[in-house]
Write a protein that binds this ligand. Sequence first.
Ligand code: CU
Length: 435
Amino acid sequence: MKQKVKFGLWMLLVLFFWSVPAGAEVYSQCQPDADGIDTDGDGIVDNDVVCLHMAAGDGFVNMADQQRKLQYMFGFGEVTGVPDEMVMMAGMLGAEFPAPTIVVKEGQKLYLTLTNVGMMMRPDLFDAHTIHWHGFPNAAAIFDGVPDASVSINMGFSFTYYYNIVEPGTYMWHCHFEATEHMQMGMLGNLYVLPKQNNLPDGTDLNGFIHHTGYRYAYNDGDGSTYYDVDYPIQITSFDPNFHDASLNIQPLPFAMMDDKYPMLNGRGYPDTINPNWLYNTAGDEGYAEMNLPSQKIHSLIEAVQGQKILLRISSLSTTSFHTLSVAGIPMRVIGKGSRLLRGPNGEDLTFMTNSVDLGGGEAKDVILDTSGIAPGTYVLYVTNLNHLSNNTEDFGGMMTEIIISPQLLTESPKVNMDNQKRLRLPKNKGLKSI
Ligand SMILES: [Cu+2]
């Protein structure tokens, strides 16, 4: 098998130099924040520019069944800070599922470089890639990543997308090139934008709700109604093993028979969803790579202290199914939909209580779980498409995770807000990348 890998690498390099015109190179662009204007509202004038670099290529992930089935995938890995001349090697086989989470702040300016590092396991493929921010109000088609209306990035090339971060909310990002194939193959990621309201001066009165430094909100609500203590991105994704195996084995792809048998949250089926650690694939053990590589970095174990508010940033990039997510025992308030606060044209409160939310592919919903009065213990967030509570042919898995509510610690001094609710602070989810 290692010979197959070495042959693949050799072929990739030969084809790379044969197919890429002279002058092609990895080129990451970034600009200093020199406009002297504080656009993100934190009072600092020269920290509003953010630069990231993603590599698009292939890789492997393991599923949550007892077989730990290895799945070939296309995907993104982060190479921010890697010297340009080392990006091709650093990015090869570095695809993660889901793609690295992108968290930016309203008012920031983002230079997001994409480098196509090629498909190490499929040197016969010359597929381009793009980055598309789904739902984001992008004024420039060239930075929107839809190949028909923009550019796509060929193997060995880089392109830097520019985003003026104008609207807070929960979005998602994915490759839009041959989207049915590349999305099924795993080029999907969490994306959300934090609102400027987080940066208000301590003591600001929001229509009776007193803001304090460190408070966080889902949207610029003007009244503290989207306050949360902890937040978790929850992305619905799923794989069809027949499709992925056909891709690895250079067989015709069964688009018409696409049938996802591995339903996942953040790229993992239960019980992997509640493992707080990075998962490493077994590509090294199975001879596809020199070593086992980190492939699934984002867990979905939700933890809070009784009385806290949990914001779930739920998005779906499933290419095959509608899904209904439910939480047993904790009421859900839907406060945002399609990256917008649920408000009427005259400011009417359109948020609502429910015990389940429906999402089709490309939809996002923001849900707050208020744990006031909820008994400490372990609760489950699960899909009510009951055939999706499985990992391929095995029952008891799939699209499910746990919510752990721990009792309040008496030694902490709780904050008291206008509702007299107790709020404590927890460290941020360590699985996230925060900027
Ligand atoms: Cu792609």
